[in-house]
Design a protein around this ligand. Structure first.
Ligand code: GAR
Length: 209
């Protein structure tokens, strides 16, 4: 059954929402967000960085910005579903320990179970590198190029129980150029993401309830 979205409280500059950023890789989006928070008065503040990947390059930004950054790897388990649930329970416990109010997925490449989503729905936000509902999943740029599309972009959306199906908050277009490789397209989309996500978070966090 699908749960309703429960938004976070209203954040303010004086009392910003406590954010955890979840990453899996290089963390360029995380870096853009941290720079934004550092140089603007913002209704959100990053209090915790979590990666599912111990080798994620983005973990180093924790040290650079004085923010706790932890890798939580998949635990050993007999079944895949049990492993996912155990992993998410470890993440959830960490989020609770740090009084996190909003979970920001920024290049987090695992699909979250509906058990985890139900605990955070409305306070769980993602950026995806396509104009959803086009090209959901882990290979958005590959799929856009294979489709012969001449336009793609990025989408900020709330996370629901499906894969990249949650309520869309904002989108921005990026043109696909003749001969674009996956890497070239990814870099151009990331540049737009780095502006869009912090801006959308400012608006989202200052709305609240
Ligand atoms: C970003 O382009 C983000 O939209 C994408 O991964 C990249 C992370 O880059 N996310 C997904 O594909 C989620 N399905 P980064 O690690 O350099 O921030």
């Amino acid at each position: 059954m699908s749960e309703p979205y429960l938004p976070p409280r209203k954040g303010s500059i004086k009392n910003p929402l406590r954010i955890a950023v979840l990453i899996s890789g290089s963390g360029s989006g995380l870096l853009a967000l941290l720079n934004h928070q550092q140089s603007n008065q913002s209704p959100h503040i990053t209090k915790l960085i979590i990666s599912d990947n111990i080798n994620a390059g983005g973990l180093r930004y924790g040290e650079d910005f004085g923010i706790p950054a932890v890798a939580i790897s998949l635990p050993d388990s007999v079944s895949k579903i049990e492993q996912r649930i155990m992993h998410e329970n470890l993440i959830h416990d960490k989020l609770m320990n740090y009084d996190i109010e909003l979970v920001v997925l920024s290049g987090y490449m695992r699909i979250l179970t509906s058990t985890f989503v139900s605990k955070w729905k409305g306070r769980l936000i993602n950026i995806h590198p396509s104009l959803l509902p086009k090209y959901p999943g882990a290979h958005a740029h590959r799929d856009a190029l294979a489709d012969g599309a001449n336009m793609t972009g990025c989408t900020v959306h709330l996370v629901d129980e499906g894969v990249d199906t949650g309520e869309i908050i904002a989108q921005e277009e990026v043109e696909i150029l003749d001969g674009d490789t996956i890497e070239e397209l990814q870099e151009r989309v990331k540049k737009i993401e780095h502006q869009l996500y912090p801006k959308v978070l400012d608006t989202f966090c200052s709305k609240g309830v």
